[in-house]
Ligand binder design. Structure first.
Ligand SMILES: [Zn+2]
Length: 327
């Protein structure tokens, strides 16, 4: 059965208190950055609600008929809805299927549970269709929505759910958990990873066990070079296409902000702040274009970005002398 992560304990206790008071809402919205295990937490709650003999702490027994069906992924009273492919939408047909299923009474357990992962991926019509269900919730159903981007969810959906926000644990707890996963890392490395992990333990673990960390370092290196001397933007922009470009832009934004921090707080960085602000503008503009629904040519966008950064950097030679301290 699903084990909770250490940083989810407080939220679980909050849920447990609600269960004991028989005040569990019909719709829960679990929010927080990616990499905190929100869907796992929702899955854990579904298991416990459906279990025919949960223990005193509301953990599923793991052996009853209902638990066996959950383990096999074929429980008739449970539905898991998600986008069919990463980056795609949750379609209205998926919500219609959910509504049909909710009109039936539970067949094994006393509850019916639904998880909608990354609910912000619902199309407009899917969200409208779900809204009707939220307005008239069936008495025996618990809907659990998760999202990394709560502001992309319509207010009408948000306002009909009980929101629970998960936060990343502190650095020491994260280091302890990573060590238990046999991942050796120190606080300095974690700080370097922070721009794209947002300190979420599962994202950090993923970065350490895949080539994301190498990608991160390569981008830092390329960017430093870009500030120092003219490079071939066509070649570099093509190489960067293998990365998650939005993450890359956030990484660069963090890099520049660190330089600005040093400039204003310690006067240690030598570049001119107005050049940094111009680069910040370029980064923000590129993020906007990359996130736009218009299908811009990403290679051209990055080429453009690189040419602009080089032009800004070359207006004064001082930028090249100012590597960000935490690179
Ligand atoms: Zn059970």
């Amino acid at each position: 059965m699903i084990e909770l992560y250490p940083w989810q304990q407080d939220t679980w206790q909050h849920i447990l208190a609600r269960v004991k008071q028989q005040r569990l809402p019909h719709a829960l919205l679990l929010t927080g950055v990616a990499g905190l295990g929100k869907t796992c937490l929702a899955g854990k709650l579904a298991e416990s609600l459906l279990c025919l003999a949960p223990d005193i702490d509301f953990h599923a027994c793991g052996s009853c008929h209902s638990c066996q069906l959950m383990l096999a992924g074929s429980h008739p009273d449970h539905l898991y809805i998600h986008a069919e492919e990463a980056g795609k939408t949750i379609k209205i047909e998926q919500i219609r299927a959910l509504k049909e299923k909710q009109s039936l009474t539970p067949s094994i357990a006393s509850w019916k549970t639904v998880i909608i992962e990354s609910a912000d991926a619902m199309t407009h019509s899917a969200a409208n269709s779900l809204l009707k269900l939220l307005e008239e919730p069936p008495g025996n159903t618990i809907l659990m929505l998760t999202t990394n981007a709560v502001h992309y969810l319509p207010v009408t959906i948000r306002s009909r759910c009980q929101q629970m926000h998960l936060t990343a644990p502190d650095i020491q707890s994260t280091l302890q958990w990573l060590k238990a996963q046999r991942l050796e890392v120190d606080a300095v490395q974690l700080e370097k990873l922070a721009p794209f992990t947002l300190n979420a333990p599962l994202t950090i673990a993923n970065a350490l066990t895949t080539d994301e960390w190498q990608h991160y370092q390569q981008v830092q290196q390329d960017f430093e070079q870009l500030l120092k001397q003219p490079l071939n933007p066509v070649q570099l922009a093509t190489e960067w296409q293998q990365y998650d470009l939005i993450k890359v832009m956030h990484q660069l934004l963090f890099n520049i902000k660190t330089r600005l921090k040093h400039y204003f707080c310690e006067q240690t960085a030598l570049g001119l702040p107005q050049q940094y602000w111009q680069i910040v503008d370029c980064i923000i503009n590129t993020i906007k274009l990359l996130s736009s629904s218009n299908n811009y040519n990403k290679t051209l966008l990055i080429e453009d970005f690189m040419v602009s950064v080089m032009r800004i950097a070359q207006t004064e030679s001082t930028l090249s002398l100012a590597p960000a301290e935490n690179n």
